[in-house]
Ligand binder design. Structure first.
Ligand code: SF4
Ligand code: SF4
Length: 387
């Protein structure tokens, strides 16, 4: 049946998985993912005679659930950060020993151009977001829930103000529209004037931050006793004739989704995510997973002209001015070219970079800085895993 569990969590920083389609598990295999890596995959053969409407799960009373029960239910439902990070949500709901969370931030600042997933969720499912935020507050024992939305989304602000109960500690805040407002460290600073320390987490300054789509899934699935099997994905760009937000079962092939949205010959690049943080898709034959926020089919006119990619740093410092984390991307770029990846992490705060892409965007030499940083982090991860 659709929604039946097919994999259990393999540890605390891991979640269960559920069948997005009624059928039979055919094999455990490996499949190409959006990052171009071969990753473990569960292959399910679709049953053409099965009822694809019914979803496995039993409704439950959530009023008396303890914080630990809520954390367990979120892990069992397979809920991860749907803003793109796909980090297990229940982990954020259990503050580390000795840390006190006083504020839950509901992140409705979807700041990447083209992407409108979170906007639609706020307009259409505000009540589920409120329910999910209540669960997050109970699990973390926070005092306040702050809903943050950029001021270019008045419809979403109105929907959330209407849904947020006046007799509970909800506050709706409208913020300036600027990139990268939606990054959790930026939001914490903008809303509460608290700076997350280098190498630290929002819980170090009393904050737990959740994306609106994640909370909407929590608010819908936990009372229904169901697992995460589908998500909304924005399909946009001049290369599709029917751009929009599509409710997409997990595991759907990227090719199928793009064809469904009217992929045309004008598309010359397919990007996973938004134009700032996204990356080119390695193939159209990949299954879409929980972290897929959007897919862009960009035309030549929408692409950045990189014909002037001279690669030489002219020390203009524009990247330094643009970095919201106060890093020195120019220096990090020079070290990356020398493959001094460990030095970048140990002495130049590489891991504070959240890959917003601002430095690459402003660089007059078109140096692909953020790609260097992604590569450096991946190499460091591999090296520390092999150690
Ligand atoms: S913006 Fe580009 S050219 Fe200017 S300092 Fe940074 S890396 Fe060098
Ligand atoms: S991508 Fe560039 S601008 Fe963004 S945080 Fe990293 S170094 Fe700073």
């Amino acid at each position: 049946m659709r929604g039946e569990p097919v994999a259990e969590a393999g540890g605390f920083v891991s979640t269960a998985m559920h069948a997005p389609v009624a059928g039979k598990v055919k094999s455990l295999d490996r499949a190409l993912n959006a990052r171009g890596e071969m990753a473990p995959a569960i292959v399910i053969e679709y049953d053409p005679d099965a009822d694809q409407e019914a979803v496995h799960g039993e409704p439950r009373d959530i009023t008396d659930m303890s914080p630990d029960d809520i954390v367990q239910a979120v892990q069992d439902a397979g809920i991860v950060g749907l803003g793109g990070a796909a980090f297990p949500t229940h982990v954020k709901m259990k503050p580390p020993e000795g840390k006190i969370v006083d504020t839950v931030i509901v992140n409705g600042c979807e700041c990447e151009p083209y992407l409108t997933t979170d906007f639609r969720v706020m307009v259409e499912h505000a009540k589920w977001i409120v329910e999910g935020a209540r669960l997050a507050r109970r699990a973390t024992s926070a005092d306040t829930i702050v809903i943050a939305i950029e001021n270019n989304k008045p419809e979403a602000i109105e929907a959330m103000m209407e849904a947020a109960p006046k007799d509970e500690p909800f506050v709706v805040r409208s913020l300036a529209t600027k990139y990268p407002q939606g990054a959790e460290k930026m939001l914490t600073r903008a809303l509460l004037k608290r700076d997350v320390p280098s190498g630290g987490l929002p819980s170090d300054v009393g904050v737990a931050c959740f994306n609106v789509a994640t909370l909407a899934q929590m608010g819908q699935l936990i009372p229904a006793g169901q697992g995460l099997i589908e998500r909304i994905i924005t399909v946009s760009g001049g290369g599709v004739s029917r751009p929009g937000n599509y409710m997409t079962p997990l595991g759907t092939s990227l090719r199928y989704l793009l064809e469904h949205a009217g992929l045309t010959e004008k598309a010359c690049a397919i990007v996973n995510g938004g134009p700032m943080m996204g990356a080119s898709m390695p193939s159209l034959d990949i299954p879409l997973t929980k972290g897929a926020t959007g897919v862009l089919a960009l035309t030549e006119e929408e692409m950045r002209d990189t014909s002037r990619q001279i690669f030489a740093c002219i020390r203009c410092a524009r990247c330094v001015d643009a970095c919201p984390m106060y890093l020195n991307p120019s220096m990090l770029g020079l070290l990356a070219r020398k493959e001094r990846y460990e030095d970048m992490a140990e002495h130049h705060h590489l891991n504070d970079c959240f890959e917003c892409g601002c430095c690459s965007y402003v660089c007059p030499s078109n140096i692909p800085l953020v790609h260097f940083f992604r590569l450096a982090k991946a190499v460091n991860r591999e090296r520390s895993a092999s150690k």
